[in-house]
Design a protein around this ligand. Structure first.
Ligand SMILES: [Zn+2]
Length: 217
């Protein structure tokens, strides 16, 4: 069962008090409707019934897809990741069983990252390789004269035809879609396999731009 707690919170706009549900854990196989709401961000938005304003709320949430062997932990605190790993390693039998199944554990700091990790995994891709490719695209774009300071974020997003692509979001709200070829994904993994494995720890780990910095250093 997915687990949640309900608290009354006050609308920052009009002061209206209403209940807000925080999902502490989500079992994607059992509650696919919750998975949808993670992907579209709805679970992390407070929508005031009185004034109609919406506010994003990030709270700790553990996403578990048992069928696809993925766990993603959303938290903004480093200590919470260590705590989760302690819990994970405390039951070595479960951990070993999951390791045999090829379980992937990720820690993320934002709702967007959480959705991205799920989509990458659903598309049977390795998020470590995707993060490296994002950095390579950034280098290339910079070399080609793009103002990299105008970039607000880069995310993997699958195209309608199953084409892999990276969407670059700019500060002014514009977006640019960069397709990624299967060849590039394979070559990146082949070329950097050793370094990728060396920098992959057991348990929950953040695989993000800082992590790529270590790989490409
Ligand atoms: Zn309100």
């Amino acid at each position: 069962m997915s687990k949640c707690i309900t608290n009354e919170i006050e609308c920052p706009e009009c002061g209206n008090k209403q209940n807000f549900v925080r999902w502490q854990s989500i079992l994607a196989d059992i509650d696919p409707q919750l998975k949808e709401k993670v992907l579209n961000g709805e679970l992390f938005v407070f929508h005031c019934e009185k004034c109609g304003k919406k506010f994003p709320i990030t709270y700790p949430c553990l996403y578990h897809d048992m069928g696809k062997h993925l766990m993603v932990y959303l938290t903004t605190e480093q200590e919470a990741i260590e705590e989760m790993n302690k819990i994970l390693f405390q039951s070595p039998e479960t951990f070993e069983m999951q390791a045999k199944q090829g379980y992937v554990y990720r820690a993320v700091g934002t709702v967007n990252e959480m959705a991205e990790k799920i989509m990458i995994h659903d598309m049977k891709l390795d998020d470590r390789v995707i993060e490296i490719i994002k950095m390579l695209i950034l280098f290339k774009s910079g070399n080609e004269g793009m103002d990299v300071d105008s970039i607000a974020g880069m995310f993997y997003y699958p195209g309608k035809d199953g084409q892999h692509q990276i969407v670059i979001m700019f500060n002014d709200g514009k977006q640019s879609f960069i397709p990624i070829e299967q060849n590039l994904i394979k070559e990146t993994m082949d070329n950097l396999k050793e370094s990728i494995e060396e920098n992959t720890k057991e348990g929950y780990q953040a695989i993000n731009v800082e992590w790529v910095g270590k790989i490409l250093a």
